[in-house]
Write a protein that binds this ligand. Structure first.
Ligand code: NAD
Length: 171
């Protein structure tokens, strides 16, 4: 049984992330979706709480009818000390065989800990990017097409666009 870990901040979870989830699911038995910087919220780069991001992912995967037994969502708070991060991730997640990430720091830290790392391909990164989606929300442009319907619903429920506009600069 292969277990894969996919780490991201998911601020917010978008259609590019969904394509990665589907691809990694085709290569493993169990997908562990780690919500990075889970303690962060209410800033321009991290507007949504760990719990809100968990709801976004769970709604989006359920909409795609991905069976619950194929994935686990685990909130992963940051550590002040990079050298301790992988140990904390390991302590919070079920055991995993491989990590999927394109984040250079995460990649290095997992490799130094002897864990095998794969880079997933990028899916239309110009549009499917958390930075671009947050930029559009602040500018009053349309962002809804870039996220799964369930994610749009969660963002509306928590008044996410107005929150983001109100917290710019709190980073
Ligand atoms: P992200 O949400 O930007 O991206 C999540 C993953 O999806 C990344 O691998 C990214 O490359 C990929 N992705 C994004 N858009 C995509 C697209 N269109 N197509 C395909 N793939 C796409 O998150 P991130 O910044 O990579 O998250 C890393 C997390 O790890 C952060 O929360 C960071 O704080 C945490 N971290 C913490 C420490 C520490 O606490 N010391 C150290 C290292 C990393």
């Amino acid at each position: 049984m292969t277990r894969a870990l996919l780490v991201g901040r998911y601020q917010p979870f978008h259609k590019g992330h969904m394509q990665v989830v589907k691809q990694v699911l085709s290569e493993c038995d169990l997908l562990i979706i780690g919500i990075g910087s889970a303690q962060c919220s209410h800033t321009g780069d991290n507007p949504f709480t760990g719990g809100e991001r968990l709801m976004m992912i769970s709604e989006a995967l359920s909409e795609e009818k991905i069976p619950l037994q194929r994935y686990i969502i685990v909130p992963l708070p940051d550590t002040n000390n990079n050298s301790l991060w992988v140990s904390q991730v390991r302590a919070l997640c079920p055991p995993f065989d491989v990590v999927y990430t394109r984040n250079p720091l995460s990649k290095r830290l997992f490799e130094e800990a002897g864990i095998s790392v794969r880079e997933q391909p990028l899916f239309d990164r110009r549009r499917f990017s958390g930075t671009e989606i947050r930029r559009r929300m602040i500018a009053g442009e349309s962002w809804e097409d870039l996220v799964p319907k369930g994610v749009e619903r969660v963002i509306r429920t928590v008044d996410g666009v107005n929150r983001l506009k109100g917290v710019i600069g709190n980073d």
